[in-house]
Design a protein around this ligand. Structure first.
Ligand code: PLP
Length: 363
């Protein structure tokens, strides 16, 4: 997997310009959607990003270490603080509190320690994480519950931002306004990547792009304006000419015609190549599509390279699974999933190679 850190930084700058007037944060959960948070985080920090979102404290700790002394607020989205307050403190993490229990624990901790920063997550219609209307009303009626807390962000998350005409977008925006009205004034945040493109009304004080930073397409039916940041290649281990019809792979349910050339590649579902791509997906060699044939194994898959110049399919050569023309979204479409899942599942044993990231110069 080759990660273009300059492309990620450029995408961040483009989103920051687009959301002008709002702080542009970066969502780097799930190891920066599989790209590697310990490389992506510092690259974004050098580009000027000062606010990061991770999923859990463990990710926050790793990011804090990677960012070293760089100024950064690290928000932990799962907001679970019970039994974790010392870890939050030691690594200067800010919880995104989404339950009254969490608010109570963090507020008590904050009072003991002379104050702590916190973000609040409101549920405005996604029904996932966050304080519902009743809970938010209780906080509004009893502000003592927030004592000791410096509210640095009140946020919510859009369920349908990738579908601009979806009526839930406006409903969530209205609910967000209503719920915030009773709470102490604090910077507000509603937009993920797609939310940024719903218009200025959705941007508030801080935007939280993830997918768009990594070059994924975020608004359905609209061309992807982001720079592609990922290339995924697999090595060819073995090539064979099929001189009589033969099955290939587990289950032996795919027959290969005589006269075909097959190549076995060193990538399987343990590397994040979806098993659903068996007999459906494709790679590219020198820009030419090569179909995956037979089932995807744990460590291996097979491609039909009939008609490709022998020199390009020798063992040691590579096949592109993700490149600029056949990007993560295209591979995802073949597998019946979304680009987010393809990137986030690229396995730990896939070597990450980083390009750029040092103010434009190559590493
Ligand atoms: C993952 C996530 C984001 C980023 O969403 P993208 O669609 O990748 O931009 C923003 N906010 C919250 C709360 C999230 O969980």
């Amino acid at each position: 997997m080759t990660v273009d850190l300059d492309a990620v930084a450029e995408n961040w700058r483009a989103l920051a310009r687009h959301a002008e007037g709002a702080v542009c944060a970066a969502v780097v959960k799930a190891d920066a959607y599989g790209l590697g948070a310990s490389e992506v985080g510092p690259a974004l920090s050098r580009a000027g990003c000062r606010a990061f979102f991770v999923a859990c404290p463990g990710e926050g700790i790793a990011l804090r270490q990677a960012l070293a002394e760089a100024p950064a607020e690290i928000f932990v989205l799962d907001g679970h603080v019970e039994g974790e307050t010392e870890r939050y403190d030691r690594h200067a993490l800010t919880p995104v509190l989404g339950t009254l229990e969490g608010v109570s624990i963090w507020s008590r901790h904050a009072r003991d320690r002379g104050g702590r920063r916190a973000a609040l997550m409101l549920d405005t219609g996604m029904t996932r994480l966050g304080l519902g209307g009743g809970d938010a009303g209780l906080l509004a009626a009893e502000p003592r519950r927030l004592e000791g807390l410096e509210l640095c962000c009140v946020m919510s998350h859009l369920a349908c931002a990738d579908t601009p005409d979806h009526p839930l977008n406006a409903r969530q925006r209205t609910a967000f306004g209503d719920m915030r009205a009773g709470l102490p004034a604090a910077p507000a945040s509603l937009a993920n990547s797609a939310g940024i493109f719903l218009g200025p009304d959705f941007r508030y004080d801080l935007v939280r792009p993830g997918a768009a930073l990594y070059g994924l397409s975020v608004v359905s039916g609209r061309p992807n304006g982001m720079k592609r940041a990922v290339r995924l290649r697999a090595r060819i281990l073995q090539t064979r000419f099929v001189d009589s019809e033969t099955p290939v792979g587990y289950g032996a349910d795919r027959l290969i015609a005589a006269g075909s050339t097959l190549a076995t590649i060193a990538m399987g579902y343990a590397d994040g190549l979806p098993r659903a791509l068996g007999d459906r997906g494709s790679g590219r060699i020198a820009g030419r599509p090569v179909p995956l044939v037979g089932r995807v194994s744990m460590d291996l898959a097979t491609i039909d390279v009939t008609g490709i110049a022998p020199d390009l399919v020798r063992p040691g050569r590579t096949v592109d699974l993700i490149d600029d023309r056949h990007d993560a979204d295209a591979l995802a479409a073949e597998a019946g999933t979304i680009g987010y899942e393809i990137l986030a599942r690229v396995g730990a044993r896939v070597r990450r190679i980083y390009r750029g990231g040092m103010n434009g110069s190559s590493e």
